[in-house]
Design a protein around this ligand. Structure first.
Ligand code: BGC
Length: 413
């Protein structure tokens, strides 16, 4: 440095009082679709407005599988990012493996315990300490419909899987693709869990996909679930394989398909395209009772460097800020994780989601999504998804599928 700039710099420091590190953050996430990018941009802007320097590390791939692979590579290389989109039991798995930064001070200063439902707060703790910050609650068990197609064919949103099948057959006979689907493992798993919940009910879902009870896994109900998956396989178009979820949503938007079964991040895409619920598209819970929740959150690795640590604390604080949670979730399609954010500016699907969540926590039908990493650790969840996908993409019988399911789960425990 030149003498002059050294002088200028030291004068600036003297004027500013004690040296404060400038917060920095490298943020690894998988929010790359239109609405997802808009949502994370809100956080990035707020971070910058507070004097932070943000390095974006987006890893494309819905559901986050690719992001989790990228994360593992980074950590193994000794180069963990400052912050990572991480959720469900994976938070505790990483905590056990590498440790995670304690964000308890931020949490306590900002009363997180009072403004978060207990169910969500539990996911954010590692051995009793706050180790992750939640952004939202996505409901997974939604079915989206193209309003014009449904009206033209005199179809109501289905309330049973039989009604769904009848609607799909009617549409198919009229030359309309009933279901927009992307053949990627996590999307198959997303449909599968909604069918497990819908056909089996909340208690069955809990036994099968949370408690991994072998009897439930091999039961007649589970066979019926695979039968229904086979039926659904008949309702997708020929090009479904490998399609990204947001492209499937676009098919519903553009009238190329009638329905999509997907969490309410799909609503983020409809809204980003200027479509209105009840006018252009319709939302309804997938047939059956219950609420499958999927809470996005961020965790922070234990890193050296004051700037990074400050960045982590600042991010944690911003993520849980009430204004941020409102703006973020209006873009994202989800509802705030905080229970004190007014939903007046949210659409009817979001209001319906909040009501169903409240009801679900009273009657026990609020359940963690296995397909979105909320119910199980990585190994058993992956084992289930492998069977679901293998079944969906072959002519495997339902009898074989339930047996494989039980075996795969047993091996993964
Ligand atoms: C995440 C959502 C995301 C979706 C598609 C889900 O697992 O929770 O935030 O939009 O995957 O990438």
């Amino acid at each position: 440095m030149h003498m002059k700039s050294v002088l200028a710099a030291s004068t600036a420091v003297m004027l500013a009082g004690p040296v404060m590190a400038e917060p920095t953050a490298e943020v690894l996430h998988w929010w790359t679709s239109g609405s997802e990018a808009q949502s994370i941009a809100v956080l990035q802007e707020q971070f910058k407005a507070e004097g932070g320097t943000w390095t974006d590390m987006p890893v494309a791939g819905g559901g986050g599988d690719a992001a989790m692979t990228a994360l593992r590579a980074r950590v193994l290389a000794g180069n963990a990012p400052t912050a990572v989109q991480l959720k469900g039991p994976a938070i505790q798995e990483w905590y056990e493996e590498t440790g995670l930064a304690d964000i308890g001070t931020v949490a306590e200063e900002n009363n997180w315990a009072e403004v978060l439902p207990d169910r969500i707060a539990e996911h954010m703790k590692c051995e009793g300490q706050w180790c992750a910050a939640p952004v939202n609650v996505h409901r997974v068990n939604w079915i989206w419909g193209n309003k014009q197609i449904l009206d033209e064919h005199g179809i109501e949103m289905p309330t049973t899987w039989e009604e769904f099948n009848a609607a799909a057959e009617k549409l198919q006979a009229a030359g309309v693709t009933p279901l927009a689907h992307g053949g990627q493992n996590w999307q198959d798993a997303t449909i599968f869990e909604t069918v497990v919940l819908g056909l089996g009910g909340p208690e069955f879902y809990q036994k099968a996909l949370v408690d991994l009870d072998p009897e439930a896994l091999t039961s007649d109900t589970m066979k019926q679930v695979f039968d229904q998956m086979r039926t659904i396989r008949g309702y997708v178009d020929d090009n479904f394989s490998g399609r990204d979820w947001n492209l499937a949503t676009a098919m519903v938007m553009n009238g190329e398909a009638a329905f999509q079964i997907m969490g309410d991040w799909a609503k983020g895409e409809f809204l980003a395209a200027g479509q209105e619920p009840g006018v252009d598209f319709v939302c309804a819970p997938t047939p059956g009772e219950g609420f499958l929740y999927n809470v996005d959150s961020f965790a922070f690795f234990e890193l050296d460097g004051e700037e990074k640590q400050q960045g982590q604390q600042l991010l944690a604080k911003l993520i849980m800020g009430p204004e941020f949670q409102k703006t973020f979730n209006l873009n994202k399609g989800s509802i705030p994780a905080r229970n004190d954010v007014a939903l007046d500016d949210f659409d009817d699907c979001a209001k319906q989601s909040a009501e169903a969540m409240a009801q679900g926590s009273e009657d026990g039908s609020l359940l963690p999504s296995y397909a979105h990493g909320m119910a199980l650790r990585g190994a058993p969840a992956g084992a289930i998804t492998d069977v679901v996908t293998a079944h969906f993409n072959s002519d495997m019988s339902s009898e074989d599928a339930v047996q494989q399911l039980a075996d795969a789960v047993a091996n993964a425990m």
